[in-house]
Design a binder for this molecule. Structure first.
Ligand code: SF4
Length: 371
């Protein structure tokens, strides 16, 4: 297939991997964080990690939007849909993420709540137009990639006077989370495979401060296996040469400045949220966004007086440590035993970008668990 096969050519992948083997220094450790869950899945699906030298390790990061949403935000949405006569709309991945007390949106739907799975926020606008007597709330999650469509939906709702539409805003921002992770130093990483989709919006220059402040190389990497392998080689070279730059392997989609139109849209509708809790990373300042006062009518938190809820993760689940790059999923006692994609105990096993789901889906565990 044109434009895909070229990036999945096994022979080329082996040749670049050989270059990596030749260039890694034997007495140095290379701990490269794949910040984005899409990279985690590409690495496991295509066996990229198996082509790497033993002193080069891919470390998982917090780049899965479903995984980093704390259980309390899901619990608040369940309380809302069960206490008000509303239609709650969200993406399928979020439905099975465990909230508090072994609950989930899926279970709330089974109890009778009107929760609908949508493919895009324009589906939510259509539901709101078709149900003028009912309040329709969009449970919005995601990094900078999914934020512009939410901004457009709010602008459209305002232009149409769609007074029964609102957004429960859980959009988060990548650079502040990266900054926090690097400042903690816990994961001992010395290179970052930078997010690709997010970077199409914010541009490669958005990471420059992180890069120079923490003296760490960052390579914006595409999602195909050859993208990841080439980006890994670029990181190895920077580490060897003690260069700390933002390089852009994914130049076919990412520019230095990003999508300026999308950035203008986001600035019009959203502003920085002073504090937001991330699963695994805790409360981070200016790491998320909230709806500006001029669009307050479309802010579900304000419209319904939603409260913050603190909810603990399920006992034994080490998602927080996995999201900080401290543990691999198979170091969790529940992995592939009590926790499987069919019966997830944590968000990282649910999401199509979750690290536990990647290890399970493309590892030997699936067969063992079913044996
Ligand atoms: S295997 Fe399941 S319980 Fe363990 S960290 Fe992953 S999601 Fe959490």
């Amino acid at each position: 297939m044109k434009y895909v096969d070229e990036f999945r050519d096994g022979e080329k992948a082996r040749r670049v991997a050989e270059l990596i083997h030749r260039q890694v220094e034997p007495d140095r450790d290379y701990r490269l964080m794949e910040f984005c869950g899409g990279h985690t899945h590409a690495i496991f699906r295509f066996g990229v990690h198996e082509l790497m030298p033993s002193n080069l390790k891919f470390v998982h990061g917090p780049g899965c939007p479903v995984c980093v949403l704390p259980a309390g935000r899901i619990e608040a949405a369940i309380q809302l849909v069960e206490s008000e006569d509303i239609i709650l709309c969200t993406y399928a991945d979020l439905m099975r993420v465990p909230a508090g007390k072994r609950d989930s949106l899926h279970k709330a739907k089974a109890r009778g709540a009107d929760i609908r799975m949508v493919y895009s926020v324009s589906d939510v606008l259509a539901i709101a137009r078709d149900s003028p007597e009912q309040q329709v709330v969009f449970f919005a999650i995601g990094f900078e990639t999914t934020t512009p469509p939410t901004a457009v939906a709010i602008q459209i709702a305002e232009a149409e006077g769609l007074s029964n539409f609102s957004v429960y805003c859980n959009h988060v921002q990548t650079p502040p989370a990266m900054e926090h992770l690097l400042a903690s130093g816990e994961a001992h990483i010395n290179g970052i495979l930078g997010p690709s989709h997010v970077s199409t919006i914010i541009g490669s220059s958005a990471y420059a401060a992180c890069c120079s402040h923490h003296q760490i190389p960052i390579v914006i990497a595409g999602f195909e296996p050859l993208d990841v392998i080439q980006s890994t080689l670029m990181l190895v070279r920077q580490i060897n040469e003690e260069r700390f730059e933002v390089e852009n392997q994914y130049s076919r989609a990412v520019s230095q400045t990003g999508n300026l139109k999308a950035q203008t849209l986001m600035r019009d509708v959203f502003e920085a949220r002073p504090l937001f809790e991330w699963r695994g990373l805790g409360l981070l300042p200016d790491s998320a966004i909230q709806i500006r006062a001029k669009y307050a009518d479309f802010d579900a938190e304000k419209r319904f007086g939603m409260a913050e809820i603190a909810t603990a993760d399920i006992k034994g689940c080490i998602c927080p440590a996995v999201l900080r790059g401290l543990n691999d999923p198979d170091e969790c006692k529940l992995f592939a035993t009590a926790c499987t994609p069919e019966e997830p105990k944590g968000a990282c096993m649910v999401s199509s970008e979750g690290a536990c789901a990647a290890h399970y889906s493309y590892g030997r565990f699936r067969d063992e668990a079913g044996a």
